[in-house]
Write a protein that binds this ligand. Structure first.
Ligand SMILES: [Mg+2]
Length: 362
């Protein structure tokens, strides 16, 4: 059989307006008025098209990395070659072990898995050993309300009304966690993402203050994110389950996170690609941790995460940013309804991005 090879690699950046029912949060001191998405479109020599997605943060740099460096490397390569993206990562390793180049390779990797599934006529989860479940729960990942307890309480109520049964906050204060707990009552899991809020010395008191509200996990309580040793000490000292990993890249870094006793590891498909994400996930769960992928994005990375959640050992919920989007990618084809989603069974990742989405091209 002649190889099916990569004929073209293109990027499409999308900026989608959103409403989270409160003043817009800032990101890097810039008001965040859109949720962005960098699509990677790979055309194969047999005419099939695969779709990937690279991390949205600083997507302009990632787009440039893809177009200037990754696409030229990829052209003519055999799509069946699963070692390809690891080889590119090694070839470009001194451009950064995380960041735009690694995210660009991740976006390509997702598109290649989509193509491998389409070529074989099977869903991606079948290529990962088969699905262990037909649907997964989805948790409402509230955007940051900057400690405004009214907004936290009101939007926690809104999430429950829309059928979500698990809530994540992006807040740093005990008052915000208390407001959410008061709203949900005792039986709804609440996760608290603090986005690296504290230096190691300050983290103990802050996390202990949240403990009475029974968080399922506290996420990234320590800055810098890579201070895994401090995270491990905090876990032991507080007894509060911790989550980390959205800022880690590569299997070895996750081995360190698991070895430190972190309960929940959070590799991101759009930062690692499916190849590495799957390896990280399996390695972590074999060692007793639980893999809860970071997934606050809406494009093919959303579908990629669903296939991993379908095929992995432990059942966990999918993360979803809780907001109304100007247009919901896959809103008709892979809808989230009543806090749950059906795993796609079409070849590859599933449906193509819809045409209407292209109205939001940057
Ligand atoms: Mg997070």
């Amino acid at each position: 059989m002649t190889a099916v090879t990569i004929e073209r690699v293109e990027t499409i950046a999308l900026r989608i307006p959103y409403d989270h029912w409160a003043p817009k949060p800032t990101f890097g001191e810039i008001e965040r008025t859109t949720l962005d998405c960098l699509l990677v479109r790979v055309t194969a020599s047999n005419g099939l098209v695969g779709w990937g997605e690279a991390f949205w943060g600083g997507w302009q740099a990632t787009q440039s990395a893809l177009e200037q460096w990754i696409a030229p490397l990829a052209l003519g390569q055999d799509i069946a070659d699963i070692a390809m993206t690891a080889r590119f990562e090694r070839a470009l390793h001194n451009f950064g072990r995380s960041g735009p180049y690694v995210y660009a390779i991740a976006g390509l990797d997702i598109a290649l898995w989509d193509l491998r599934g389409k070529i074989a006529g099977v869903p991606v989860h079948a290529l990962l050993g088969g699905k262990r479940r037909d649907r997964v729960e989805v948790y409402a990942s509230l955007l940051a309300y900057g400690g405004n307890v009214e907004n936290v309480a009101r939007n926690t109520t809104r999430a429950l009304e829309r059928g979500f049964r698990q809530i994540k906050l992006h807040e740093k204060t005990t008052a915000a966690v208390a407001a959410a707990r008061e709203t949900t009552g005792a039986n709804i899991p609440i996760m608290v993402d603090t986005n690296c809020a504290w230096l190691p010395d300050a983290a103990f008191d802050a996390v202990m203050a949240m403990k009475p509200y029974d968080p399922l996990w506290v996420e990234e309580p320590i800055w810098p994110a890579e201070d895994i040793e401090a995270l491990g000490k905090l876990r032991k000292a507080t007894g509060v389950p911790l989550a980390a990993g959205e800022n880690a890249t590569g299997t070895l870094e996750f081995v360190r996170v698991v070895a430190a006793g972190i309960d929940y590891v959070q590799p991101s498909a759009v930062k690692n690609g499916i190849t590495a994400q799957w390896e990280i996930c399996r390695t972590a769960e074999t060692s007793g941790a639980t893999c809860v992928p970071h997934s606050p994005y809406f494009g093919p990375g959303y579908l990629a995460t669903l296939h991993i959640l379908a095929a992995k050992e432990k059942t966990v919920a999918l993360e979803r940013f809780f907001c109304d989007l100007g247009h919901m990618p896959y809103g008709k084809t892979v809808p989230i309804e009543n806090g749950a989603v059906q795993i796609p069974d079409m070849p590859g990742l599933g449906p193509e991005p819809d045409e209407e989405l292209m109205r939001f091209r940057a």
